[in-house]
Ligand binder design. Structure first.
Ligand code: AHG
Ligand code: MN
Ligand code: MN
Length: 345
């Protein structure tokens, strides 16, 4: 039973108390992210009015530039992160490189900017204009360098080093889901109170699902193993609950969230045009993989655990297979068989 009126901030502070060495900075940082996402949520809800109110030009009524929503989300997150003073660098899908940040409180003689944040500020951006759910994905690491603004080595850490990760969905309601390594917890924004309130504690993904999510329009570009697996899911077999249902929104966060709660496998494989798939390791795959594993699910690039991939670049892409454990294992089996057949030839 979920306690009524447990706010996001109260929850993270209580979680942090489990670690006696904690300074409270991570809680403050997560609260900053939640604040930025409330601002983005407001703007997302207003987005449909922009055409109606005639704000389509370069300037709005105040004479300000009208920003595209993904640029707006990026600006809000970056601004709030800089102001909070807890991070030494911010990395965003919308930026060419990372943004180093000075230690705001360096006169205190101890380093306060000890974290790094990665963002996909607006995921599913092709759905903005058609009222389909979109979201923000975030992930937090501890810095490696000792002081000053962050460096590339702080930003390019392997996914297992994440100390927190989460996402916010701007959908029929605004929902925040996060983990700090102590389970996965969901909160729903009460717009009248202006707070994220605890709605799902210790979320667990079903071990086996009846749903798959993939852009099947790419079928002709997939490898034989991938094609065989999808054909397998569509065969009739009552013992294994096949055929599976297909659900694909085209916003990773929304597809992932549904599968997290109901069970399912989401796939964005490599194909003949994109040898590493489409999704980004640091901004999309790593945070969602940390969450799915905390919820008892599985995530891989088809061969290897996503969280163990050594990043080589901030914008690196990876194939992604993520969701209910037994389904991801079955997919991996099909891809392993394909590799075996290729090596025999
Ligand atoms: P973004 O809007 O951050 O660029 O991400 C879009 C991604 C992801 O949200 C979604 O799962 C995928 O693109 C959809 O791609 P296809 O249109 O190729 O299916
Ligand atoms: Mn995205
Ligand atoms: Mn994006």
């Amino acid at each position: 039973m979920v306690n009524k009126f447990t706010t996001f901030y109260r929850h993270i502070v209580e979680q942090e108390r489990k670690f006696p060495e904690a300074t409270g900075q991570l809680s403050d940082l997560l609260a900053d992210i939640a604040l930025a996402c409330k601002v983005i949520s407001l703007e997302v809800n207003r987005a449909g009015l922009i055409d109606i109110l005639g704000f389509t030009g370069e300037e709005n009524v105040q004479g300000e530039q009208v920003k595209k929503l993904d640029v707006f989300a990026n600006d809000v997150l970056t601004h709030v992160m800089k102001q909070g003073g807890h991070i030494c660098a911010v990395c965003s899908e919308e930026e060419v490189s990372f943004i180093p940040i000075e230690d705001k409180f360096s006169e205190n003689k101890f380093v306060t900017n000890k974290y790094i944040c990665h963002f996909d500020p607006l995921d599913g951006s092709s759905n903005i204009d058609v009222n389909v759910s979109i979201g923000t994905i975030f992930s937090v690491y501890k810095r490696i360098t000792k002081s000053g603004p962050g460096a590339l080595e702080d930003c390019l850490q392997v996914g297992t080093e994440q100390v927190a990760a989460g996402y916010v969905i701007y959908g029929s309601s605004t929902v925040l889901v996060y983990t700090n390594g102590e389970g996965v917890h969901g909160f729903t924004l009460d717009p009248s109170v202006g707070e994220f309130l605890l709605s799902n504690e210790y979320i667990k993904i079903p071990k086996k699902a009846k749903t798959f999510s993939v852009n099947e329009g790419n079928f002709c570009k997939w490898s034989p193993g991938m094609k065989k697996y999808i054909s397998y899911l569509k065969e009739i077999d009552s013992v294994t609950s096949r055929p599976y249902s297909s659900r694909y929104i085209g916003s990773l966060v929304a597809d992932f969230h549904r599968n997290l709660l109901y069970g399912g496998i989401f796939m964005y494989p490599a194909d003949s045009k994109n040898s590493s798939g489409k999704l980004r390791l640091m901004y999309e795959a790593n945070p969602l993989s940390y969450i799915v594993e905390q919820a008892g699910g599985r995530s891989s690039d088809g061969v290897k655990r996503i969280l163990e991939i050594e990043p080589k670049g901030l914008h690196q892409r990876t194939p992604l297979f993520i969701g209910s454990e037994e389904d991801v294992l079955m997919l991996e089996k099909y891809l392993a068989e394909e590799r075996k057949e290729v090596s025999v030839k």
